[in-house]
Design a binder for this molecule. Structure first.
Ligand SMILES: [Zn+2]
Length: 189
């Protein structure tokens, strides 16, 4: 199960209690640190929080791009590329394939790293790989209402879920026109 609900939401609310001993936390600067952290003065645990990685694919089948219609909030009913939060102990490419299976039921051959998009406003980095769809036996998982292949000129731009998805699709269309697929790294303000 992915945690898409946090997509583009502000960073998680301040943690109030220690996950080690359940004592209330104090926001303070630990020794040898240079910023405020949520610290437990009872057991000494420091609860660091760091940016999250979102991994996904641009699945292509005979020139068409696969999109999923979201069955979960936020952006219920909007179209998205398959993507979600990276899980522990996996690599970005494994996560991208896993999300594509979970959200579209599509088996893919992973291609090149395509976009790396920093979204500091929500402390996330979104990473998309190009991918070739291997067969047409899709199976929308619990997180998708529908899975569909779109011609480039049929993409429902008004119904796209997230800016990172829109930007990735636009880079794909642009690179396809030139025939040179680059890896695009940029920051969304
Ligand atoms: Zn504690």
């Amino acid at each position: 199960m992915t945690q898409d609900a946090s997509f583009y939401f502000p960073a998680p609310v301040e943690q109030k209690f220690c996950t080690q001993c359940a004592s209330p936390l104090t926001r303070m600067q630990p020794p040898l640190d240079n910023r405020l952290r949520d610290c437990c003065t009872h057991c000494g645990a420091v609860h660091y929080r760091n940016p999250l990685l979102v991994v996904g694919t641009v699945p292509i089948y005979q020139g068409k791009v696969l999109l999923c219609k979201r069955a979960i909030e936020p952006r219920y009913g909007k179209w998205t590329l398959p993507a979600g939060f990276m899980e522990m102990l996996e690599s970005t490419d494994q996560g991208a394939v896993r999300e594509t299976i979970e959200e579209a039921g599509a088996s893919v051959q992973l291609g090149q790293l395509f976009t790396v998009i920093d979204v500091p406003r929500v402390s996330q980095v979104h990473i998309y790989y190009l991918a070739e769809v291997l067969n047409l036996e899709f199976n929308p998982g619990e997180e998708s209402l529908e899975v569909k292949l779109f011609d480039i000129d049929e993409i429902p731009w008004q119904e796209i879920s997230f800016t990172t998805v829109e930007q990735t699709l636009k880079k794909y269309i642009k690179d396809r026109q030139t025939g040179v697929f680059e890896t695009h790294r940029f920051t969304l303000e």
